[in-house]
Ligand binder design. Sequence first.
Ligand code: 26Y
Length: 805
Amino acid sequence: RQGIGLRKLGKTVDEFQQDLLSNLYFRRGTTVESASPRDAYETLSLTVRDHLAERRARTAAAHYASNPRWVYYLSAEFLLGAQLEQNLLYSGTGEIAGQAVKALGRTLEELEGLDVEPGLGNGGLGRLAACLVDSMATRDIPAVGYGIRYDFGIFKQSLSDGAQAERPDDWAFQGNPWEFPAPDDRQTVGFYGHTEPVPGSSTRKKWVPGEIVLGEPSHMLVPGYGTDTVNIVRLWRARGSEASFDLSRFSAGQYAEAVQEAVRAENISKVLYPDDSTELGRELRLKQQYFLVSCSLRDIIRRFRLRNSNWDEFAEKTVIQLNDTHPTIAIPELMRLLVDEYELEWDRAWAITRKTFAYTCHTLLPEALETWPVHVFERLLPRHLEIIYLINMLFLREVEERFPGDNDRLSRMSIIGEQPERRVRMANLAVVGTEAVNGVAELHSKLLRETVLNDFADLWPAKFQNVTNGISPRRFVKLANPRLSDLITESLGDDGWLTDLERLAELESFAGDASFQERWRSIKRANKVDLAAGDPDSLTDVMIKRFHEYKRQQLKLLHIITQYQRIRNDPNGDWIPRTVLFAGKAAPAYHAAKNIIRLINAVGATIAADPVVSPYLKVVFAENYNVTLAEQIVPAADLSEQISLAGKEASGTGNMKLALNGALTIGTLDGANIEIRARVGEENFFLFGLDAFEAAERKISGYRPADHYEQDAELRQAIDAINAGVFGDVGHDVAGSLLGHDEYLTLADYRSYIDCQDAVEAAWRDPDHWTRMSILNTAHSGFFSADRTVADYAARIWRVTPVRV
Ligand code: 26Y
């Protein structure tokens, strides 16, 4: 603290209360008597924030002094989750804050209920970004996350007659106490326009943009756990310049026209695109991407120049991680800045650029690979297209040298695709312009090398790596599951596992202990009571993730219908009560996924109305799945559904959260499921279905879903029930697509899945056996800490060393 010369922040309840009062008076501008709950929430948040801000100031001072190598994590999405509870934990003020707040007539729980999570992401990729910045801070890695401060986050989902309805998410409507605006660091971003030659130079060009937009940053604090480091996530918001307001039109009464330019500018950061994994190719999205990249690179360069002057040091001091291809225009943008603005030679600029970037791929789905029509690019970013052409020409020359005369290879590898129209292939650009490329689970990285990026792996085998994803144990165990956390801490003797998650292996010695098992079960039961989704003694079976056909919620649905029919056919059977809990959003334009949601709710309603089946089977759809809801569901789950078609789910991270909290997985050999199974033990994992190789074979050899329908009576009865209208008139489309193409081999895996669910029930009948398996899942999930993920990136891709504050 001496370093930054501050007075002490409150460390006792009394002092904390003093700080609350001064914040209430001086920053909130109100009094105890007239304070609303919102005032109390804001005041508490500001007071907690001060504790982190003090550490932030010391972190910034330490970083400035050591002029370290920095990691910059560029991501179009950050799903940070609610901030208050996390920041109480990370600042160590939870205890005194609770008491101080109580003395003022409020409770922490009440105020935490007012904390709105910034939904600035769609799903896995956005949440991964949040877990990684958490772990970078925890590991004392100098890092900044860069993203977009969308006015509207991921839409709010509700059900209306069982169908998904969407409402806008104006998340900061009442203000956001966690964010520090930094208007002095605003940047100017150009779009459109044309380029002009620069006399005397063959590579440099002058870009004259046709539109100028301002980027205003604000940042959120990202504290490390158990260390003093506090990093930041810097989020950009688009604004019109002063000149974008047309005063003369306004004076003439043309109010809409007077602001139209400003509105156009501000639309860039207006809303998060709600599509997960399906590329739409809207110009505004490309604008968002360039806006993020342009603001962030200028900020990175500004920060570099605070302590350095030689461009040859740039790549030593900087590594920029691209979270999927969304920020890939950073590659031509850095070239433009170095060549056109800082006047470096092309080859020198290219060497720096290639060494600076690394790229993480999160998909294998062809429809998720971003490509932009050349004409869109040319209009919006004319100079960048020229640079891409030059990068491509030089790159193809390199390929031609290695593989002379192999024209097919050249056209596959080209950054510009020609068929059916000319498009810029962002993944190709990302591979060509980076030092390292990684997938997010072993299988995914292998399939990237062997399929989608095979030609590139031939050319540069050493560039390709795997870094298996991970999750924050602080958020997804400590905060989400306090009961389990307390038991673990008690059993291990200390809470060091929170930053050294492999220590959970020490739980193995308790797995067979009857009284420990009893406590384990009672915690799970209490978590189910809290969740209140169904009978706490029923098997709580959860499928929580975005709705997508490749994830196969429709397969889970076929199992539910089969179970429903079995119970109806044998009402006096020895049935195991089960609560099936779904949660997840479908992209608003993804009709097939929305139909699956409707059918789930229709089936759920039919079952609820059936007195024979409803004692044994309940289907719940929890609306508006987000990080906060995940934190409530995950600790209560008995069974984790990870049933994507093998070869389609890059990794999955919900699978890790659930296993870590003692849910058993029923899953395919896909993504990180494979690594979970390898670690928790195959006897503690319910495996079914085709593997990725078999799935690909099945497709090639002419898959006929009707064969399965014809040969499997239970399957036929389930589909016939849908078509006969047993669940109302919804479901024809779902059944039609299953019997028609069944793109994701749902019917091929049906029998194996049903039989595996029977094995789940057999295991559930023996509570000691089940509990033992549950304990072993937690004990052997330590590998899936994002701290390990970050350590892998740091050692093998970033080559950064920690800086202690
Ligand atoms: C280009 C646009 C349509 C787009 C927008 C969002 C494309 C993709 C996405 C989001 C992708 C995503 O969330 N992918 C998930 O990333 C997780 C973290 O690596 C993986 O665990 C998960 O398997 C993968 O689907």
